[in-house]
Design a binder for this molecule. Structure first.
Ligand code: 5GP
Ligand code: ZN
Length: 109
């Protein structure tokens, strides 16, 4: 999608600090971290919200889950982490993502 910040990050048109990736999924560090560790996990394909996930996205979703498990280990946050999905008025960027927060949380996402 042309006007989407996260699609531009996927395309390399906006710089980001990559944490990990698979064929269909990208994980990168949040520009304004809300916790000691704050990674965003997104599908490379533009899917707008959590409610737009369909059965056909099961492969993407399972890659997002698996990559998140690997990040919890590689970021060494397995003793203190949480996952957050914002929706509706809480969601600012209209490209599906979840927040992986680790260590001390400084503010709400
Ligand atoms: P939302 O409220 O939509 O769930 O959260 C969007 C998140 O994206 C926020 O935590 C915000 O800091 C992050 N964000 C917005 N624009 C950029 C950007 O250009 N680069 C990075 N790395 N993170 C961004
Ligand atoms: Zn997008």
């Amino acid at each position: 999608m042309t006007d989407c910040i996260f699609c531009k990050i996927v395309a390399g048109e906006i710089p980001s600090k990559k944490a990990a990736e698979t064929i269909n999924v990208l994980a990168f560090y949040d520009i304004d971290p809300s916790a000691e560790t704050h990674v965003l996990v997104i599908p490379k394909k533009h899917i707008e919200t959590f409610l737009d996930l369909k059965k056909e996205h099961s492969n993407i979703l399972s890659q997002m889950l698996r990559l998140t498990q690997q990040l919890i280990k590689s970021e060494k946050i397995d003793r203190k982490y949480k996952l957050v999905i914002n929706g509706g008025e809480y969601q600012f960027v209209p490209h599906l993502h979840w927040h992986l927060l680790g260590g001390e949380v400084k503010k709400q996402v």
